[in-house]
Design a protein around this ligand. Structure first.
Ligand SMILES: Nc1nc2c(c(=O)[nH]1)N[C@H]1C(S)=C(S)[C@@H](COP(=O)(O)OP(=O)(O)OC[C@H]3O[C@@H](n4cnc5c(=O)[nH]c(N)nc54)[C@H](O)[C@@H]3O)O[C@H]1N2
Ligand SMILES: Nc1nc2c(c(=O)[nH]1)N[C@H]1C(S)=C(S)[C@@H](COP(=O)(O)OP(=O)(O)OC[C@H]3O[C@@H](n4cnc5c(=O)[nH]c(N)nc54)[C@H](O)[C@@H]3O)O[C@H]1N2
Ligand code: SF4
Ligand SMILES: [Mo]
Length: 768
């Protein structure tokens, strides 16, 4: 299926006498960051297709990219604030909505303290400059310990492992797919997801190009995913056992005398103790638990050692597991001991143009991982990176006592669908004294809100993918100005969050958002002039602020980050081109280059990328080595008769794009994949309804019998279950599906990162 090149026409040719213009914009929907070419006729979007001139995506786009138009036009998308009184929604002005929040939220804080307000931050907020940058001052202003996000149902294990190894949660080495000879993918399906923690448009094309030049693809996945179908070797692993498999690779390499860190060797600390600690994990020991032959494990280890350039890449299937942090660490241990860390074709560190902590401060100096500085109230689960694990959100709301959460603020998140024991969280939200959501829909989560503040349409936002450009397979920078102006009654997302920050600080609902904005830019400028490694070290802050005029909001912050970043103009102090044909960066330059600027392929960054206390790659981080004992027990643990894993579809995006007809038409996708032998054993046939039960809940779903899953494994996509009362998404309600997280168990998680087990959940399956 070649949907990717050339894009899709979504409207007929423009009428002859209409005014037509073209705008370019990076797609904000997933991590691939594709360039879009948007045609507008009389200021209405008439067509969206891939931008062939985009320096990174070269015209690639997936079926979701063109739906920014449908999203913009969706009648269910909220366009004005809503207030709920006595269970009934009323449209409100912004002034009324902010006043309502002040009136109802402040007394809760006054009576019960700041921890009484919980916050949940969802995924689209990371793609939105406004929420990414201004969510922080809001959280600070709230001053609560109860901060939760989608990170602990996602990538936190990788961030934690990288913080230990390299000194930064976003210092994540990415697979250099474009130059490798062997790509080993564990628990990722980039043919459906377009890649994650590894930003690159057109993963399928890149994988095909790799194979065309003789490279090999190995996919480790309990399902024969689309990506596995393309693989030279598919290892159908038992869910949850990736850490064992990876440990056995290291054990084999040691046994064969093939440990060689290559060019990274001088910068690696603790190789010997790590190799010694992993030695007992022989292929023979782990094979029964992993469900892959010892011989196949050995041969993969040798293939990794023999390949001139090889890289192991692990994603959701490896992180949302009970050994997520260990598996994430082991991915990079394998890359390191095979000499592929920081080498072309191996696992490399991007050098981002803006915002990366590994481009600020002193190279090779860091203060170490900060985790477990405090714990959750009910279950004493440790925080990581300033957040508590979302597996404990429901109990923090429904368990009475001092410090109980009584009010929630959700921003760009749908935790009722996305997080474990969804049924309990749903019920808990219904008991809150007050809830505010910043969102675009009334969905499973926001229907519990008392006030909804609508974020504006993506087409009215400026865009620079600050987080994901730090994880890019090529160094690029691309800014898109808003395609359309805000509607008369709309507020920018940053202003919404800044206003909330002012309200919870007691500055009043009428306070001006610019106060927060000015504080933020002031602090960033102060940080830059104080950083002795910054090109503006020692300069006059006022003079820099003057040069940033007249921009405000996220764009002003971005301009500063770009100009003080590794390719920046240093506010005039740097003059030479930073890449062929690319002058030093400013936001003005990016505005002039709507297809982005290419800053070149990834280049080795060791040791300067490191921000660890030792200034070395700390392979032997103590909490990881200590966790190996628990892993050892997994090798001998009984295998549950059935476990549930997820899967993604190209036309879904987590829980929130099912209201677009173009993306949901066709046969139902929220089906339970069951292996034929299991179907027989459980008395299920194709099209029947199965009941799936776990400790935390149960659900019913239509069965699809398929040998794409390994026996003992069933698969159901997440992000569905839109049938609940009060949801206002007409299309999504019609194709409702079922919420797979009803059976995800909040008691199952990775103890190091607090990340939920969403893949490999023990379940019982039978006819409904
Ligand atoms: N079982 C299972 N569960 C999973 C996963 C899995 O693989 N299996 N995957 C997990 C992963 S990786 C993730 S990232 C999470 C996602 O978890 P969440 O972030 O909680 O969920 P999303 O479905 O992304 O919901 C996004 C919300 O943001 C709103 N929204 C969309 N655009 C905007 C905007 O521009 N501004 C604002 N303010 N709101 C907006 C949408 O209406 C929706 O309410 O789910 C996790 N849950
Ligand atoms: N179309 C689409 N694209 C998306 C999203 C979406 O919802 N839809 N969501 C976006 C988000 S927020 C994220 S985080 C990324 C995620 O991107 P990916 O990590 O590529 O996510 P998936 O496509 O769910 O692929 C995970 C694979 O892991 C397999 N798996 C399950 N359990 C295990 C296990 O124990 N071990 C191994 N080795 N494999 C296992 C599953 O069968 C599945 O094929 O996708 C992003 N892109
Ligand atoms: S792959 Fe991701 S970034 Fe590219 S068009 Fe699709 S949704 Fe947008
Ligand atoms: Mo995610």
């Amino acid at each position: 299926m070649r949907w990717q090149h050339g894009g899709m026409t979504i409207a007929e040719e423009a009428v002859a006498d209409a005014t037509t213009r073209t705008a370019y914009r990076t797609c904000p929907l997933c991590e691939a960051c594709c360039g879009l070419e948007i045609t507008l006729t009389d200021e209405r979007v008439t067509r969206i297709r891939g931008d062939r001139d985009d320096v990174f995506s070269h015209g690639f786009i997936c079926p979701k990219g063109s739906t920014l138009k449908q999203l913009h036009d969706d009648p269910d998308r909220l366009r004005s604030p809503r207030i709920k009184r006595d269970g009934v929604w009323h449209d409100a002005s912004w002034a009324e909505a902010f006043a309502e929040i002040e009136r109802r939220l402040l007394p809760i804080i006054e009576a019960h303290g700041r921890d009484a307000v919980g916050v949940y931050l969802g995924n689209p907020g990371v793609h939105s400059l406004g929420s990414l940058l201004y969510g922080k001052p809001l959280i600070k202003a709230l001053g609560t310990s109860n901060v939760y996000s989608a990170s602990t149902v996602d990538q936190r294990p990788k961030e934690l492992a990288c913080a230990h190894l390299f000194g930064g949660g976003l210092t994540v080495p990415v697979p250099d797919v474009d130059r490798t000879d062997l790509l080993v993918v564990l628990g990722a399906n980039p043919y459906a997801s377009n890649g994650s923690l590894a930003t690159a448009p057109d993963w399928p094309g890149r994988i095909e190009a790799m194979r065309a030049r003789g490279g090999r693809l190995v996919v480790v996945d309990p399902r024969r995913s689309r990506t596995a179908e393309e693989a030279d070797v598919h290892l159908a692993i038992r869910p949850g056992s990736d850490a064992l498999l990876l440990a056995a690779l290291v054990s084999t390499l040691a046994d064969e005398g093939r440990i060689d860190c290559g060019a990274a060797a001088p910068y690696v600390r603790g190789l010997e103790p790590v190799v010694a600690a992993l030695a007992p994990f022989t292929p023979e020991l782990v094979a029964p638990a992993v469900g892959v032959d010892a011989a196949a494990i050995r041969s993969l280890a040798l293939e990794l050692a023999d390949a001139p350039r090889a890289v192991v890449y692990g994603r959701i299937g490896t992180t949302t597991a009970a050994f997520g942090t260990l598996a994430s660490w082991l991915v990079d241990v394998v890359n390191t001991v095979t000499g592929n860390l920081d080498q072309p074709g191996g696992a490399m560190f991007p050098l981002a143009a803006a915002g990366a902590s590994n481009t600020r401060g002193t190279p090779r100096v860091g203060r170490g991982v900060r985790a477990a500085r405090r714990s959750s109230r009910v279950r004493s689960l440790p925080e990581t990176m300033g957040e508590l694990p979302v597996v404990c959100l429901a109990e923090e709301i429904d368990t009475p006592g001092d410090g109980q959460i009584r009010a929630m603020v959700t921003m760009a998140g749908n935790p009722v669908v996305s997080t474990p024991n969804a049924g309990r969280l749903d019920a808990a939200f219904a008991t809150l004294e007050f809830m505010v959501s910043v969102d675009i829909y009334v969905n499973e989560t926001t229907r519990h809100a008392d006030v909804i503040l609508p974020a504006p349409s993506a087409l009215t936002k400026g865009h620079y993918d600050l987080a994901f450009m730090q994880l890019s397979l090529r160094n690029v920078a691309n800014y898109s100005p808003p395609v359309l102006p805000l509607g008369p009654d709309e507020l920018e997302e940053w202003e919404i969050l800044a206003k909330l920050a002012l309200i919870v600080q007691g500055m009043g609902a009428a306070a001006d958002a610019s106060v927060v904005d000015d504080l933020m830019i002031g602090a960033l400028v102060a940080g830059a002039v104080a950083d002795e490694h910054s090109p503006v070290h020692g300069r006059d802050p006022e003079a820099l602020l003057a040069e940033l005029e007249p921009r405000r909001g996220p764009e002003r912050l971005l301009d500063l980050m770009l100009r003080t970043g590794p390719y920046g103009d240093g506010f005039g102090s740097i003059k030479d081109d930073v890449a062929p044909g690319v002058p030093p960066l400013t936001l003005d330059l990016l505005v002039d280059r709507p297809h982005g600027v290419d800053l070149g392929p990834l280049a080795p960054r060791l040791p300067d990328v490191l921000r660890t206390p030792s200034g070395l790659v700390e392979l032997d981080a103590e909490p990881l080595l200590a966790d190996l004992e628990r892993l050892r027990a997994l090798a001998e643990a009984p295998v549950p008769p059935a476990v549930l894993v997820g899967r993604r579809d190209l036309r879904s995006n987590n829980s929130w794009m099912h209201n677009l007809e173009v993306l949901v038409k066709g046969k139902p996708r929220c089906t339970l994949h069951v292996h034929p032998s299991d179907a027989e054993r459980w008395g299920l046939v194709d099209g029947a309804t199965a009941c799936v039960r776990s400790r935390s809940g149960q659900l019913e779903a239509p069965v699809e019998v398929t040998d794409a899953v390994r026996p003992g494994v069933v698969s159901l996509p997440h992000g569905w279950g839109h049938g609940a009362a009060g949801v206002e998404m007409e299309v999504a309600q019609r194709v409702a599906g079922v919420n797979s997280n009803l059976v995800a168990d909040e008691l199952l998680f990775d103890p190091l990162s607090g990340t939920a087990v969403l893949n490999g959940i023990p379940v019982e399956v039978g006819p409904a």
